[in-house]
Design a protein around this ligand. Structure first.
Ligand SMILES: C[S@@+](CC[C@H](N)C(=O)[O-])C[C@H]1O[C@@H](n2cnc3c(N)ncnc32)[C@H](O)[C@@H]1O
Length: 213
């Protein structure tokens, strides 16, 4: 390898490690322009596909789902396709810019509603949803509030409803499979499935004591 190539590689690795260190130290929403550049692109679609969540848990056609931290709506589109015309996906994000992009993507899908809301106070009634899905969001929530988000998920799920949490390795706010499992257990969920891919993973859990279908 040429010396300059080694130099470029080292700079990229240092930048990645600095971003990861900062992301873990100061959890916060990823800027919308960064989502558009780093997440909403063909590389992400090919290497870290948004279908990660439906590989972990395929919602039945007609299901009613909530999605937290929808970003530009890549995962939303996968979920809307899975539930079909008889189902519905309610997607939220706390950033207006992300919601505007997701709405543009999902225009023409009657079974999808995208709104500005905070995952710590879900705008949905108790016990109505078959599943709540979130990808690469929980790590952006300050640590003390992560259990609040999961308690909200529990509140809005029907008995036996699933919570599905996905993570991508390169995300600065990445949470390991162990960290996710420990959080959902503390929130009163039982892990029923863990899907592991190359540098990405998703966990499926059901509220303890709630009878599943
Ligand atoms: C890394 S992006 C992932 C977007 C999308 N899930 C995907 O995989 O393409 C995380 C998103 O979560 C949103 N987010 C972070 N904290 C949130 C909160 N407390 N409530 C709602 N959305 C939040 C951010 O605004 C951002 O759009």
């Amino acid at each position: 390898m040429e010396l300059w190539m080694g130099g470029v590689l080292l700079v990229c690795m240092a930048a990645f490690l600095a971003l990861r260190w900062d992301g873990q130290r100061r959890p916060r929403p990823m800027a919308v322009w960064m989502e558009s550049v780093f997440l909403d692109n063909p590389f992400r679609r090919a290497v870290f596909p948004p279908s990660l969540v439906t590989r972990a848990w395929m919602p039945p056609p007609g299901a009613r789902l909530g999605e937290l931290g929808a970003g530009t709506g890549m995962v939303t589109a996968v979920l809307a396709r899975a539930v079909g015309p008889t189902g519905h996906v309610w997607a939220i994000d706390r950033q207006r810019g992300a919601v505007a992009r997701a709405r543009r993507r999902m225009a023409g899908w009657p079974g999808c509603t995208v709104a500005v809301a905070d995952a710590r106070h879900l705008p949905w009634p108790d016990g109505q949803l078959d599943g709540v899905v979130t990808v690469a969001m929980l790590g952006e929530v300050p640590e003390p509030d992560r259990l609040t988000v999961l308690a909200e998920c529990r509140r809005v799920l029907k008995p036996g409803g699933r919570v599905v949490l996905g993570e991508y390795g390169p995300d600065p706010h990445y949470l390991t499979p162990g960290a996710l499992a420990s959080l959902v257990n503390q929130a009163g969920f039982q892990v029923v499935h863990q899907h592991r891919g190359w540098w990405q993973h998703a966990l499926v859990a059901v509220a303890e004591g709630s009878k599943g279908p």
